[in-house]
Unconditional design. Structure first.
Length: 418
């Protein structure tokens, strides 16, 4: 039996899931390598500055993303003709370019403010490069067309060169800006590869204003969801640096990266299931959600227990300067469990059926909880206070998404069905 024949016998979903699992393995492995390497090279304070800079870049890049990772992928998956798919592609890419210009202007304004990090200089320029490299992405197109191998390849290229660049160019705390440059360079490589594949698919053709307007309309509510999500993901690191200083951020960042690396294990499953959940009949979707919740919850609980048991290894791996990160990581241990529940209810339950407003409500509830608790706890408890705020925010998202899914069960929303 030939290799090609064997490949055809493997279901596309299984191939896609395996490819995305490899991609997320790389996406988890790179931060964990950076965790070990940068902890020794930079120390907590310089790492806090880098963490804040990367957080600012990720916050800004969320504007051009605009929820398209879900809305455009769903629109492509549900498109009935190739022409409709191409109009989605043209409109989404044009919209992202427009929003990228806005994001870069916003970062420049933040950098110019003396009250906000980073100060103007090499680190600030690196943040601008990071935003430019990560603002236009193509993974949603390959997810929507269920070519997950290509989507996975883009994710791998966007991360895999980072360890080589760090080892080559980052050796002292003074090299901190080069960390951000390394992530920017890898993102640029992924951008180029995605553009090549897009034009191999037939190029773009003429972009109409109606295509751009439709892309923005369909992604607007999901952008509100994304904005709420980013508040308690990257916004927390940036806020911690601003409120409590780089040392507090440097003690929080490694714990947060470990917890988020565990949460990333859930992502391949979510991306593979979403197109099928979006195309499923209503009754089949309701039954599938119940099974998904059980599977997600079991995996999330196992990851949470693993984090709790492994927390004492942080100072062994990173050095004695990071001993204060251990209680922070223990407080973050429940994160994968709550993220798993929110993935099941919010993504597979709400996004797949077009309930974008309900999704936005759940994420904005989490953002409100994170912002309120951070303001209350960070001035006194610093990194530990932020850990409590983040876990409470994820719990709020999971609870709100579950409640909203029950209210909308058996109904299709207006976020792209049909």
């Amino acid at each position: 039996m030939s290799v090609r024949t064997q490949r055809k016998k493997i279901p596309p979903t299984a191939r896609g899931g395996a490819a995305l699992a490899v991609a997320y393995g790389v996406q988890m492995g790179v931060p964990l390598f950076a965790l070990l390497y940068l902890g020794r090279m930079l120390g907590p304070e310089a790492w806090g500055e880098v963490g804040a800079a990367l957080a600012l870049g990720a916050l800004a890049a969320a504007l051009p993303e605009f929820g398209f990772g879900f809305s455009a992928a769903r629109a492509v998956a549900q498109a009935r003709t190739p022409d409709i798919r191409r109009s989605v592609l043209r409109g989404t890419l044009a919209a992202r370019l427009l929003l990228t210009a806005v994001a870069l202007a916003a970062v420049a304004a933040a950098i110019a403010s003396p009250a906000l990090p980073p100060d103007p200089g090499p680190l600030a320029w690196a943040v601008l490069a990071y935003v430019a490299a990560h603002s236009v992405a193509f993974d949603w197109w390959f997810d929507g067309t269920q070519r997950f191998v290509r989507s996975a390849a883009l994710a791998i290229v966007a991360r895999l060169p980072v360890p080589l660049l760090l080892v080559a160019f980052v050796h002292t705390p003074a090299d901190a800006p080069r960390v951000v440059w390394a992530y920017a360079a890898s993102g640029a490589l992924s951008l180029v590869l995605g553009a090549v594949w897009i034009f191999q698919d037939g190029g773009l053709g003429r972009t109409r204003r109606a295509d751009i307007a439709e892309a923005l309309r369909s992604g607007l509510t999901l952008f509100l969801s994304r904005a709420g999500l980013m508040v308690y993901l990257n916004g927390t690191v940036y806020a911690l640096r601003t409120l409590a200083g780089p040392l507090a951020a440097g003690l929080y960042v490694p714990a947060e990266q470990i917890a988020r690396a565990a949460c990333a294990i859930l992502q391949p499953l979510s991306r593979v299931l979403l197109p099928h959940m979006a195309a499923a009949e209503t009754a089949d979707h309701a039954r599938s959600i119940r099974r998904a919740v059980a599977g997600y919850a079991a995996l999330g609980l196992a990851l949470a227990v693993g984090i709790l048991l492994g927390a004492p290894l942080v100072p062994v791996l990173l050095g004695a300067d990071f001993a204060a990160s251990v209680p922070v990581l223990r407080l973050l241990a429940p994160l994968p469990f709550f993220v798993a529940l929110s993935q099941a209810f919010a993504v597979q339950g709400l996004v797949a059926r077009g309930h974008d407003r309900a999704l936005a409500a759940s994420f904005l509830a989490g953002a409100a909880v994170a912002a309120t608790l951070a303001a209350m706890l960070v001035p006194t408890w610093e990194a530990r206070g932020m850990a409590v705020a983040v876990v409470a925010a994820e719990a709020a998202v999971a609870g709100a998404a579950a409640w909203l899914w029950r209210r909308t069960r058996g109904q299709d929303g207006t976020g792209g069905r049909g």
